[in-house]
Design a protein. Structure first.
Length: 194
């Protein structure tokens, strides 16, 4: 059996867990994929050199963590010129208004509903693209978008959204958006890039 095939068979059961761990470290889908690929590459080099791969999941976790720390240390030393720093979204005059609106919306929608709504309404993704991106079905996307839009319509009609107490039936089932998610969405809206 070829070394790559043996290596692949050893790590295949752990890939989902390691991918989740990489996403936990980076909080970005694209950075987590890069981190996962780098961790797999380094693990394969280790396997090729030693010929053994004991405890593959813990080895991949350790490699991913170390690669992430190394990348963070590299970025920490980079200085950004003042002109370039002033182009960051939070220096824009509209930043507070956009962030405030997003915070209000995230009080009423879950993180998943918010992502689908932004992808559909702001970035003009098709239902199929959203389903592929978030790993769900097209009918699920349509249902979530319909529910989130109707929720926002109902909440927008009320005089003061914060004054109305939520009933047990009105609580979100999914996890609420975290502050870093609101930052990421605000930046995406300001720059037009995901």
């Amino acid at each position: 059996m070829k070394p790559w095939t043996e290596f692949e068979e050893a790590i295949k059961p752990h890939l989902r867990h390691v991918r989740t761990y990489c996403y936990y470290l980076t909080a970005s889908k694209w950075e987590s994929e890069d981190l996962l690929q780098e961790a797999l590459l380094r693990a394969f080099k280790h396997y090729r050199d030693t010929g053994i791969l004991r405890h593959p999941r813990s080895l991949l976790y350790k490699i991913a963590r170390n690669v992430h720390i190394d990348a963070h240390r590299k970025r920490r030393g980079i200085t950004v010129p003042i002109d370039e720093a002033l182009q960051l979204p939070y220096y824009d005059n509209n930043y507070a208004a956009i962030r405030g609106t997003l915070e209000w919306v995230t009080e009423h929608l879950s993180a998943r509903e918010m992502e689908m709504l932004l992808l559909a309404e702001v970035f003009d993704y098709s239902y199929q693209d959203i389903a592929d991106e978030l790993q769900c079905t097209v009918p699920a996307v349509k249902m979530v978008l319909h529910r989130s839009k109707s929720t926002l319509r109902k909440r927008g009609v009320q005089q003061e959204p914060a004054a109305a107490p939520r009933s047990r039936a009105g609580k979100r089932r999914s996890a609420p958006a975290l502050p870093y998610m609101v930052d990421r969405w605000t930046t995406a809206l300001m720059t037009g890039e995901l």
